[in-house]
Write a protein that binds this ligand. Structure first.
Ligand SMILES: Cc1cc2nc3c(=O)[nH]c(=O)nc-3n(C[C@H](O)[C@H](O)[C@H](O)COP(=O)(O)OP(=O)(O)OC[C@H]3O[C@@H](n4cnc5c(N)ncnc54)[C@H](O)[C@@H]3O)c2cc1C
Length: 250
């Protein structure tokens, strides 16, 4: 039995895998495709963070812009936490080797994207997500994290503890190579299976694997879901193609 079973192999999953491994856990990453094919590799424009070397930008401005763009619907606490932690998250990605584009002082370069009052988006040319994902995958391999590819999550396994509380003890997955159903036991399970915008088929620019089956498995296991009405639709795309026109172009 592993300590942490992570379902999904995108940016969220691989970051969680590295952090869990850093704390001494034995980690397995299970995904229906291959780590380098997760939707994260499609991200282009960049990631917002008010970095210390920016003269004009502050975390408070990042919070203000984000709340304004959210039209009053975002949780202020969640936005504050994200904006406060963004500079350290970027610094961590930089430390582990993501090849961010640089300004003439060799600092992480930033550009201004939609809704931002400052040049705040950190980027790696126009391949930000791809570079991040490949770096995370390299690091996972370097730390001998175990990958179970071509495994489609079916259901989460649940048990009851001494106080009759239900907890997750693993997952069943369809092995897409052999057609067999496998049982994977774990002390804890992290679901990082991404979004579900692709259920809108050609009206979404998201990856074909973004179909929400991880969210459905969590729901069947008794998880409470929130904010399911928020779905990522890029406002600019090539007509009838599902191909995004990058936010940097916008
Ligand atoms: C074209 C495009 C451009 C974008 N540009 C930007 C940008 O510039 N900046 C930005 O911040 N964001 C951008 N995004 C959004 C960003 O890519 C996503 O928010 C982010 O990558 C989500 O990461 P994730 O790890 O949560 O999920 P994903 O990268 O979607 O990974 C989900 C993982 O779960 C696995 N999985 C799913 N279901 C199952 C199952 N049933 N069983 C097993 N495994 C499963 C998948 O195979 C995959 O490995 C963009 C998105 C797109 C589509």
């Amino acid at each position: 039995m592993v300590d942490v079973l992570i379902i999904g192999a995108g940016g969220a999953a691989l970051s969680a895998a590295l952090k869990a491994q850093e704390h001494g856990a034995r980690v397995q990453v299970l995904s229906k495709s291959y780590p380098t094919r997760a939707q994260t590799c499609m991200a282009q424009g960049g990631i917002n963070a008010a970095l210390a070397h920016s003269d004009a930008d502050t975390v408070a401005l990042h919070v203000k812009d984000t709340l304004k763009s959210a039209q009053g619907l975002a949780s202020t606490d969640a936005v504050r936490l994200m904006c406060r932690q963004a500079p350290e998250a970027l610094a961590w990605l930089d430390r582990i080797g993501v090849p961010f584009s640089r300004n003439d002082k060799a600092q992480i370069a930033q550009r201004r994207l939609g809704g931002a009052s400052n040049a705040r988006a950190c980027y790696a040319q126009d391949y930000t997500g791809l570079k991040i994902l490949h770096t995370l995958y390299d690091q996972c391999n370097r730390h001998n994290i175990e990958f179970l590819n071509e495994r489609f999550l079916l259901n989460l396994l649940t048990q009851k503890d001494a106080e009759d509380k239900r907890y997750v003890s693993g997952a069943t997955a369809l092995n897409l190579r052999t057609g067999e159903v496998e049982v994977h036991e774990a002390r804890s399970v992290i679901i990082a299976t991404g979004g579900y915008s692709r259920i809108y088929h050609n009206h979404a620019t998201n990856a074909t694997g973004s179909t929400g089956d991880g969210i459905a498995a969590a729901l069947r296991a008794g998880a409470r879901l929130s904010d399911m009405e928020f779905i990522q639709f890029h406002p600019t795309a090539l007509k009838s193609s599902s191909v995004l026109i990058s936010e940097s172009a916008r």
